[in-house]
Design a protein around this ligand. Structure first.
Ligand code: HEC
Ligand code: HEC
Length: 324
């Protein structure tokens, strides 16, 4: 009898042990799944892509600010300043062209630009590829996903794949459209009506779902004098394109200040004051789009409502961050 009890208890202890240990080891051994996107994420945050190992893509495209930068012009290697504002790289998967002047036709084609730009990462792309090829960690990761060592096309593909994951639609405006709780406030609904309406014409250029029609337009920030970035014209050489820039999407715009290709407006209120009467800010603008009203004549309350609506395009992840 006694020996049978001893036997049963030993078996029980052993099986509990086995179950416990297998649970434990299962947890420990659980593999992090490596994908194109996770490799791309690692590269996006890695300063290996800059000549002096100080700058990563995320140094300028800062995750806490909608992957944009907080200053008008970002610092590249050696503290050098660029001449255009760093845009958000979120909600890029539906874009038709990239950069303010649209000079890149795909996210893949875009990647080499910042790496080679002397005022950004200042590294020959072929050198960047060599560095990644020599890096043991990347060798392992690319082997797992691509079954070969890193090369220029897989590096570019991985970064672009990561960027395509940065889509955001957890916003009050999306919930309102889907009839879900947590939608728009009264003020935001009034602002939305203004945004969509004939008086402001905002929606003619900034349409849903990402609040851009992916067109090049001139809103009057070019005067050929102290505001002399001619934008799209630099690519097409068509005089009609002087002063045109890619219409930016407006998702998360409340966290991506300052605004415009030259970062010239610090707040959304300044942007709204501008659209209310462009010539008050830029007297001799050249080639300004004729659909922009000369003067909208918004009241104080209407300006507040329009601004409140722009805040309703912010993804929840950025709201929680601010509350902390
Ligand atoms: C030194 C700051 C800086 C660094 C580093 C940087 N960028 Fe940018 N990025 C910019 C600026 C400025 C622009 C706009 C330039 C223009 O339009 O001429 C831009 C534009 C872009 C765009 C186009 C967005 C749009 O709306 O068209 C993408 C995508 C992008 N960058 C991705 C990257 C990636 C990927 C890296 C890393 C390989 C990177 N950037 C590194 C400053 C930077
Ligand atoms: C004619 C087309 C057009 C109309 C109409 C228009 N926009 Fe724009 N919007 C643009 C373009 C193009 C830019 C970028 C201009 C530049 O950088 O020079 C822009 C930039 C912006 C920005 C800055 C975004 C950023 O990331 O820097 C905001 C905010 C904005 N518009 C909101 C509005 C609002 C609100 C209205 C209506 C009152 C409006 N827009 C009407 C084309 C338009």
């Amino acid at each position: 009898m006694k020996s049978r009890y001893v036997y049963i208890s030993i078996v029980m202890v052993l099986s509990v042990g086995v179950i416990f240990l297998s649970g434990f080891t299962a947890k420990k051994v659980k593999k992090v799944i490596v994908t194109k996107e996770t490799i791309g994420e690692k590269l996006f945050f890695d300063s290996i892509l800059s000549s002096d190992y100080t700058i990563s893509c995320a140094s300028c495209h800062k995750p806490a600010y909608g992957f944009a930068d907080t200053s008008a012009f970002s610092k590249g290697v050696g503290g050098k300043l660029g001449n255009r504002n760093t845009p958000s790289v979120m909600n890029m998967s539906m874009r038709e062209s990239f950069f303010w002047d649209g000079r890149a036709a795909s996210l893949e084609a875009q990647v080499v630009g910042p790496i080679e730009n002397p005022v950004e990462m200042n590294l020959k792309f072929s050198k960047a590829v060599e560095r990644i090829k020599r890096n043991k960690v990347y060798q392992g990761l690319f082997q797992q996903v691509y079954k070969k060592s890193p090369d220029s096309s897989s590096i570019v593909e991985a970064i672009a794949a990561y960027e395509r994951t940065l889509e955001t639609d957890h916003t009050p405006n999306d919930r309102w459209l889907n009839d879900e709780p947590g939608g728009l406030s009264e003020s935001q609904i009034r602002g939305r009506d203004l945004f969509m309406g004939k008086r402001t014409r905002c929606f003619d250029c900034h349409f849903t779902p990402d609040f851009t029609a992916d067109e090049f337009r001139n809103i009057g920030l070019f005067n050929g004098n102290d505001a002399n970035d001619s934008g799209r014209y630099l690519i097409t050489k068509d005089p009609k394109d002087i002063g045109k820039f890619k219409t930016p999407g407006l998702r998360n715009v409340a966290v991506t200040a300052p605004y415009m290709h030259n970062g010239s407006f610090k707040t959304l209120r300044e942007v709204i004051d501008y659209y209310d009467e462009p010539a008050k800010f830029m007297k001799h603008s050249i080639n300004r789009d004729t659909i922009l009203p000369i003067k909208i004549g918004l009241s104080e309350l209407e300006k507040q409502d329009l601004e409140a609506f722009l805040h309703s395009l912010t993804d929840d992840r950025f709201i929680t961050k601010k509350k902390k």
